[in-house]
Design a protein around this ligand. Structure first.
Ligand code: ADP
Length: 148
C-alpha cells in the first residue's frame, strides 16, 4: 500500500490537495473531519459528542477518534493505499496510527505538509464559511482552531 499523511492548518487545502493526490495515485481518502461531520449529520451518539467539540473549535478526544479510525481504515484496506487527511493531530493519535498500520502489515510511506500563513488561512476560512455551512467556519472558532 501507499499510505500518505497530509498535514496543514485549517483551510490550508488538505482536502483539495488530497483529491489531486488521490486522482494521480488511485488512493482512498480518510478525512476524520468528514467522518465526524457524517456522524453529526446522522445524529449518532458519537456525532452528538463530536459536535460539542467541533463547534467550539476544539479537538475531539483521542479515544473517540482512534476507536473509529480502525473500522474506517478496514473498509479501505484492500485498496492501493490511503491518504489520511486531518489525522493524526496529536502524539497519541500518531502512535495509535503507527500501531494500527503495523498490526495490518503496512505503514506510512510519506507525509505532505502544507504551509500557509495564518492571515491567509483566516481569509480563506471566512470565505469558505459563506458557502460551507460549517458551524466552525466563523471568526471566533477559526482563531481557536488556529491556536489548537
Ligand atoms: P480543518 O482542518 O479545517 O479544521 P477538519 O475537517 O480536518 O478541518 O477538522 C474539523 C474539526 O473536526 C476539528 O476542528 C476537530 O474538532 C475535529 N477533528 C478532525 N480531525 C480530528 C482529529 N484527528 N482529532 C480530533 N479532532 C478532530
Amino acid at each position: 500500500m501507499l499510505n500518505i499523511v497530509i498535514f496543514g492548518g485549517p483551510g490550508s487545502g488538505k482536502g483539495t490537495q488530497s483529491e489531486k493526490i488521490i486522482e494521480k495515485y488511485g488512493l482512498e481518502h480518510i478525512s476524520t473531519g468528514d467522518v465526524l461531520r457524517a456522524e453529526i449529520k446522522n445524529k449518532t451518539e458519537l456525532g452528538k459528542i463530536a459536535d460539542s467539540y467541533i463547534s467550539k473549535g476544539q479537538l475531539v478526544p483521542d479515544e473517540l477518534i482512534i476507536d473509529i479510525l480502525a473500522s474506517v481504515f478496514d473498509k479501505k484496506k484492500d485498496s492501493k493505499g490511503v491518504i489520511f487527511d486531518g489525522f493524526p493531530r496529536t502524539i497519541p493519535q500518531a502512535e495509535a496510527l503507527k500501531k494500527m498500520l503495523s498490526e495490518r502489515g503496512t505503514s506510512i510511506n510519506a507525509v505532505v505538509a502544507l504551509e500557509v500563513a495564518d492571515e491567509e488561512l483566516v481569509i480563506r476560512l471566512l470565505n469558505r464559511g459563506k458557502i460551507s455551512g460549517r458551524s466552525d467556519d466563523n471568526k471566533e472558532t477559526i482563531q481557536q482552531r488556529l491556536n489548537v
